[in-house]
Design a protein around this ligand. Sequence first.
Ligand SMILES: [Zn+2]
Length: 216
Amino acid sequence: MRQQIPATLSASLFEARADAIIDTARELAVLGWTPATSSNFSARIDDDHAAITVSGRDKGKLGRDDIMLIDMHGNAVGTDARPSAETALHTQIYRRWPEMGAVLHTHSRTQSVASRLYADDGVIRLQGWELQKAITGYTTHESVLEIPVFPNTQHMPELVDRVDAWIDGGKPLHAYLIDGHGIYTWGRDMQETHRHLEALEFLLGCELDLKRLRAS
Ligand SMILES: [Zn+2]
């Protein structure tokens, strides 16, 4: 069944969001950050709906049929396509922060290695890097940017609870890693979210290089 757009929603808005996801996914796939159909991407449509990648598709070759509509509880709307298993992690961000407009989740080699290396610490503390300023809200390299590393699980409610617990603890959250898995980050629109992801990939790569060089 092709995606049907409910009359209460703008079809052209859905298409614009779908195209933004497709373009971003293609760029990230070229970089090798979405291997073997992994990763998932979404963009908010309105208070109650988001566009998200259909499960299991090659992220370098997405078309409009690979993007589906969901409500903010992760239910498919107007389609019998199956959203990503990790949809709950996307809708969690949209429900918690009405200003957030896009969520990107990738599985790059750097993100995967960093997640394992820092899993025991449970957090990566970035400080002293100029590029931290690419994260909205950070104005100086001197601030500390904490990226939590949560244990991997196939049971999404567990991860949702861990993310909630971190936010409820009052600490800022701009991204998180999942052990042996990848990264989640978000922003007010696709462009800002893409910038966050690029900056985080760079910063994690720098941290790994430093660790390697200091050990040698
Ligand atoms: Zn994943």
